[in-house]
Structure formats: structure tokens, C-alpha cells
Design a protein around this ligand. Structure first.
Ligand code: NAP
Ligand code: ZN
Ligand code: ZN
Length: 351
């Protein structure tokens, strides 16, 4: 198969810094779209994957799944896109297209879904490489249309941080008056606040960081509770219909379960792995409370979100960086010093 070598930024090992790399992209197939990447958001998952936090990274790793760019080539059978269109690619670049999840527009739960990085490209028989690169080739089914009234850089984080919080908000029918809490004010957290607010919910941020209070209110939160302050947490016992927990590392979720209303649900989207301390079933049984998880969102739902953002003028709060600053950005992310999403200007990778 015809291939092309392009410039990228990635890492060869869990303990190595990200640096310039050359990677292989396939030449376009009949259903493919080639995209010149202009902006790529920086997700905490990129850091987890580069450093093998989840134990299944395949090296070299080229992260990046919040991609916005312009179409430069289309295959013979492509109908939805043409050269020059502004498009986006999120966390998924392929799936089986025939299982029950794929048929229900839930490609993210397909047993054969292919991640934008660290997945398996069946055409090249090697791992997929993400958006910290010059260009990408993707089947048109997994390409999204970007509303033309929105800033191309600031819309990039919607492709992961946005859809990962939108999907639970929609699944649990958040609307006017629903009491939603968001745990952690980072990339996902700030989009969760904006989107829940736009859906009409009463929104509370549960954060360890008192310094983020004003920002949270500016983003659309109605209340801020400092999660390490027991008296503040006592005041919100039994209150929330839905909690979206974005914390990336192991933490005690039991105090948050206590803040759920009867029938309320805490959705874990951040930490992946066994809980410690263990989950206490007592408050769940006594109050019919639920603890759940959720993974990104399907392609149709991601397009629905992009269109919603277009209608409501919603984008992410971004700090633009050059690709050469990515290692510093990761260190700042580890200190929760993100306000509220880094986006890479990919022109910095080009000559
Ligand atoms: P982020 O920008 O780094 O934000 C995480 C926030 O969590 C921080 O700003 C901080 O907020 C809080 N936090 C960090 N460490 C904490 C700790 N040890 N204990 C309590 N709170 C802590 O990260 P992100 O990009 O939003 O990603 C969040 C997580 O979601 C990551 O693990 C990522 O891999 C995951 N993720 C999951 C999906 C999915 O489909 N489920 C999709 C994308 C990302 P405060 O300062 O306000 O406390
Ligand atoms: Zn992500
Ligand atoms: Zn499938």
C-alpha cells in the first residue's frame, strides 16, 4: 500500500520526553479524507498514554485526539467532504460498523473501535498515530464538520473534553433545573460546566482549588464547593441528580456519593481502574444511588455537540502553545495548572 512519511511529535518510551519523530500515514483509500492539521488540543489522556499510566501503550506514541484542520484530498467514494472544508477528528478513527453498538451510533463501545492514537490501523497493520502531527488520513465516517462561526483553535477541545461530558449530560437527560455537579476544574470540567449550564442545569463545581472559584462562576457554575472542606461538603448531602467526576487519578469517591439525591448518578469519566478506598454500598442501597462510567461519545453525538456549540457560540477556554512546549504543558497539567485547555498551534511543527 502507498504510504507517506510525515513529521510528528511523540515519545519512544514511558519515561522519555516528547520529541520530533517521523511517522507513516497511508495514502488515501476511496473512503478516506486527508486533513492538514492546524490545531490539536492537549488532553490528560495524552499524558496518561505517553507515560503508559494504563499499561497498554504501544511505542512510539504520538498523542492528540482533538484535531481541527482543512481537507487537502478526498478519495473517489467520499461524498460528505471536499477539499478546503474545515473539519475535525476526535478520539475514534474506525470501528466494525456492524455490531449492535455501531448500529446504535455508539461506536465508542464497539469491541473493535480504533482510537485515534494507540489503536490498530488495519490498513497499515500498525498502531495509529494522533494529532501531534502534520496531517492525518481518516475514513469519512469518522470525520466531523466544524460550524463556520466558531474559532478553529478553541473548538478543538470539544472533540474530546466536550463530547466526554456531553454524552453523560445527554444520557442522563440533563435539562432545565437538573442539579449537576462537576468534580475537578480542568479540561473536561470546564466544558462540563459550560455545557450543563447551556442545557439549563443548576451547576456546582466540586474542586480542591479555591483559586478557581471565580473562573468557575464565569464559566457558568452557580455554586462552588471546596471538596476538601468537610463543612462545605456536609451542606450538599443528598443534593445532586448527576455528578460528573473528571479526576484523573485514584481518589475516594465515597464523599461524593453522599452528595447524590435519591436516584442520582455519579459518572466516572476520569480515573480508570480499581477504586481505593472501596465503594461503600450502604448509601447507594439506602438512597437508590448509582455509580456509573462513560466513554467519550459516538460520531453522531459528537456532530450533535459541534452543532449545539455552533448554535450557542460555545467553545473552550484555551491557552495556545507551540508543539515544542508540550513537555512543559504536561508538567503544568500534573499540577492542575491548566486554564482550561492547552491547544497546540500545529504551524509550529511545519517548516
Ligand atoms: P485536567 O485538565 O488535568 O483536569 C483534571 C482536574 O482534576 C484538575 O484540574 C483538578 O481540578 C482535578 N484533579 C487533578 N488531580 C486530582 C487529584 N489527585 N485529586 C482530586 N482532583 C484532582 O484533565 P482532563 O483533560 O480534564 O482529563 C481528566 C481525566 O479524564 C483524565 O484522566 C483523562 O484521561 C480522562 N478522560 C476520560 C475520557 C473518557 O472518555 N472517559 C475522555 C477524556 C479524558 P481541581 O483543581 O479543580 O481540583
Ligand atoms: Zn481526550
Ligand atoms: Zn462495532
Amino acid at each position: 500500500m502507498n504510504t507517506k512519511q510525515i513529521k510528528a511529535f511523540g515519545t519512544e518510551a514511558a519515561d522519555a520526553a516528547l520529541e520530533p519523530l517521523a511517522i507513516t500515514r497511508r495514502a488515501i483509500l476511496p473512503n478516506d479524507v486527508e486533513i492538514d492539521i492546524e490545531y490539536c488540543g492537549v488532553c490528560h489522556s495524552d499524558l496518561h498514554f505517553a507515560r503508559n499510566d494504563w499499561g497498554f501503550s504501544v511505542y512510539p506514541v504520538v498523542p492528540g485526539h482533538e484535531i481541527v484542520g482543512t481537507v487537502t484530498q478526498v478519495g473517489d467514494k467520499v461524498t460528505a467532504y471536499k477539499v478546503g472544508d474545515v473539519v475535525a477528528v476526535g478520539c475514534l478513527v474506525d470501528s466494525c460498523r456492524s455490531c449492535n453498538n455501531c448500529k446504535a451510533d455508539l461506536e465508542q463501545y464497539c469491541p473493535e473501535w480504533v482510537g485515534t492514537y494507540g489503536g490498530h490501523d488495519k490498513h497499515l497493520d500498525m498502531q495509529t498515530f494522533g494529532g501531534y502531527s502534520e496531517s492525518i488520513v481518516v475514513d469519512e465516517h469518522f470525520v466531523l464538520r466544524v460550524p463556520d462561526n466558531l474559532d478553529k483553535a478553541a473548538i478543538a477541545p470539544v472533540l474530546c473534553a466536550g463530547i466526554t461530558t456531553w454524552s453523560p449530560l445527554r444520557h442522563w437527560n440533563v435539562g432545565k433545573g437538573t442539579k449537576v455537579a462537576v468534580v475537578g476544574l480542568g479540561g473536561l470540567g470546564h466544558m462540563a460546566i459550560k455545557l450543563a449550564d447551556a442545557l439549563g442545569a443548576e451547576v456546582t463545581l466540586l474542586s480542591r482549588s479555591p483559586s478557581k472559584t471565580k473562573d468557575a462562576m464565569d464559566l457558568g457554575a452557580d455554586h462552588v464547593v471546596i471538596s476538601t472542606d468537610e463543612s462545605q461538603m456536609a451542606e450538599v448531602q443528598g443534593v445532586f441528580d448527576l455528578i460528573i467526576d473528571t479526576v484523573p487519578y485514584i481518589h475516594d469517591i465515597n464523599p461524593y456519593v453522599g452528595t447524590l439525591a435519591t436516584n442520582g448518578t455519579l459518572v466516572l469519566v476520569g480515573y480508570l481502574g480499581p477504586l481505593d478506598p472501596m465503594l461503600n454500598s450502604m448509601p447507594m442501597i439506602m438512597g437508590r444511588k448509582n455509580v456509573a462510567g462513560s466513554l467519550i461519545g459516538g460520531i453522531a453525538e459528537t456532530q450533535e455537540l459541534l452543532d449545539f456549540c455552533g448554535e450557542h457560540g460555545i467553545t473552550s477556554e484555551i491557552e495556545m502553545i507551540r508543539i515544542q512546549d508540550i513537555n512543559t504543558a504536561y508538567e503544568r497539567m500534573l499540577k492542575s495548572d491548566v486554564h482550561y485547555r492547552f491547544v497546540i498551534d500545529m504551524a509550529s511543527l511545519k517548516p
